[in-house]
Design a protein around this ligand. Structure first.
Ligand SMILES: *Cc1c(COP(=O)(O)O)cnc(C)c1O
Length: 231
């Protein structure tokens, strides 16, 4: 099942790239494996996945320990400052930085462990109350401040679009994130040259690719529905 799902996702990615006149190499798939058992992740690994996305620190670390070492782990969920120390040397990319305080903590731990940590700035493009992320108009100032910190490098922007039935409704938000990246790059801020756009999930990744996504984050479309324990 996972194998055929992956084939389908890659086929859709290819079509979206063709439609947008983009090279397939410019879009990478993150297999969002949160809540899924290692056996399922291994199936995806055997089918070629080398980038996995998790939204909880403990789960990322647990899976990191037991899975093959050529995997790149992406932290895509909200990150608490007190948990930063557990993942700075394990996450290839942290997608969810939305405050200076969090960035300062990442910088501090990066310097301590002598690593360079790659991050994205999470932007709440649609302005939903329930979502984390900096407001688009505050992104530039936050980036200017973070760019001055040691041990941390800003690779681009990330957004979580609203949950919608028609993915076309999210096209505007993906377009706005891309434009924000272009605008901020044009300011020539020291240490800032962003080329990563993390946007698009199972319901809307083809639209996100058409609008310039370089990472898409797909969970359900690869692993099937997630079952959360009833609380
Ligand atoms: C869970 C999650 C995804 C994947 O969602 P699907 O709809 O299952 O593809 C993508 N991004 C983030 C930040 C997530 O938490």
């Amino acid at each position: 099942m996972i194998k055929s799902n992956l084939l389908e996702v890659h086929e859709n990615m290819k079509k979206a790239c063709e439609k947008a006149g983009r090279s397939e190499q410019d879009v990478e798939l993150i297999a969002v494996s949160k809540t899924k058992p290692v056996s399922a992740l291994m199936e995806a690994y055997e089918s070629g996945c080398r980038i996995f996305g998790e939204n909880k620190v403990q789960e990322l670390v647990d899976k990191y320990e037991v899975m093959p070492k050529d995997i790149k782990w992406h932290m895509i969920g909200h990150l608490q400052r007190n948990k930063v120390k557990y993942i700075v040397d394990k996450a290839a990319l942290i997608h969810s930085v939305d405050s200076l305080k969090l960035a300062e903590e990442i910088s501090k731990e990066a310097v301590k462990k002598q690593v360079q940590v790659s991050i994205l700035i999470e932007v709440n493009v649609a302005g939903e109350d329930t979502k984390f992320g900096v407001k688009p108009e505050d992104a530039e100032m936050l980036i200017r401040k973070i760019a001055a910190l040691p041990g941390i490098s800003i690779k681009g922007l990330m957004t979580i679009a609203p949950y919608v039935d028609d993915p076309e409704e999210n096209r505007q938000y993906f377009g706005q994130l891309k434009q924000l990246l272009v605008d901020i790059n044009q300011k020539n801020i020291d240490n800032v040259s962003m080329n990563v756009l993390s946007m698009g999930m199972t319901g809307d990744y083809t639209v996100a690719i058409e609008e310039g996504a370089t990472f898409i984050r797909v969970g359900t479309g690869i692993f099937g529905e997630r079952k959360y324990p009833v609380k």
